[in-house]
Ligand binder design. Structure first.
Ligand code: SF4
Length: 317
């Protein structure tokens, strides 16, 4: 495949990658990553995407940190990501569709216990039928995953890998990679599962931005340009693969630096302007947005420690 090219289609079931290797000091799996310590402000793909889409949306999420009610699709995405992570923790031969289905309900019990507010996605009072129907929709996404890949042929280096790197300019990049495959030859593949219902064209641009973000982080961490960035769309059973090249990642790095500088400028003055678009339909804050007749709360000032943090729901879109 030529550099900078994109391909769409079903993944090969025979692709393999090497066994787990030791992570560097700036890489850790989500379960091991310390989540409560005070950390330097960093840029994450979700927050960078927010600022690009609408500076005021970035402010609401990263500075004001306004609560958002998750949707059924977002929580389902988190659940499916968690099941796939657990599936890859099983011995290779045990990673069957049946095993994934068996993991689904216990994983949901754990997640809903950890985040009881997620139960608000259901009508009150919660009916067993509604929950069962929603779990069945998650099961369908898992079935769709098995049409794209056979996990028994894969040995990922890591799932839910926390990565962080500082660019020469001082910009700190931070994110979570759904899955990292490393071939015996050292070639790296970044894999991301997409479970959301957002329109494909809009979602694809956002997803590719996110994947290039991870490619830059890995390139800077390991000195290797990832061979492939792969998106697995579980809702429609499609795969999209992209091969970045070094000049492209260097340009993208400059884009990230420019976004971070623009965020810092806005952060100093509090001038986060709305940028209305068709994506406003997915925004939870229209009632506070001047473009919809609302008034934002007083600017609370640039937050410490970290206005770049991503939530589990961000990572599972
Ligand atoms: S409603 Fe639209 S313009 Fe307003 S904050 Fe949300 S995304 Fe931005």
């Amino acid at each position: 495949m030529a550099n900078g090219s994109t391909t769409t289609g079903t993944a090969s079931a025979t692709e393999t990658a090497t066994e787990t290797a030791t992570a560097t000091a700036t890489e850790s799996t989500a379960a091991a990553a310390p989540r409560t310590e005070v950390r330097r402000p960093a840029l994450s793909p979700s927050r960078a995407g927010d600022f690009k889409q609408c500076p005021l949306l970035y402010r609401f999420r990263a500075v004001d940190r306004l609560p958002e009610t998750p949707t059924k699709a977002q929580v389902r995405g988190t659940l499916v990501h968690s099941v796939l992570e657990r599936l890859f923790a099983l011995p290779r031969g045990d990673r069957t569709p049946e095993a994934a289905r068996e993991l689904l309900r216990p994983t949901w019990s754990e997640l809903s216990e950890e985040s009881p507010e997620w139960m608000e996605i259901f009508t009150d009072p919660v009916s067993a039928e509604e929950v069962a129907e929603w779990l069945t929709s998650a099961e369908k996404l898992l079935d769709s995953y098995f049409e794209l890949e056979d996990p028994r042929t894969l040995s990922p280096e890591a799932c839910e890998l926390h990565v962080e790197t500082e660019l020469d300019s001082g910009v700190l990049l931070r994110g979570y990679i759904d899955r990292l495959d490393v071939a015996p030859t050292g070639e790296i593949r970044v894999v991301d599962y997409k479970t959301g219902a957002a329109p494909r064209l809009i979602g694809e641009a956002k997803a590719m931005f996110q994947m290039k973000f991870y490619a830059v982080v890995l390139w800077r961490l390991r000195g290797v340009v990832p061979r492939q960035l792969k998106l697995l769309y579980l809702s429609d059973g499609q795969a999209l693969a992209y091969t970045p090249d070094e000049p492209e990642l260097a340009r993208f790095e400059r884009t990230l630096e420019a976004i971070w500088q623009a965020i810092l400028r806005a952060g100093r003055t509090g001038d986060f302007r709305p940028n209305p678009s068709k994506l406003c339909g997915w925004c939870s804050h229209q009632d506070l947005c001047p473009s919809f007749g609302g008034t934002p709360p007083d600017y609370p000032g640039w937050p410490e420690p970290d206005p770049g943090e991503e939530s589990a729901l961000d990572r599972a879109d």
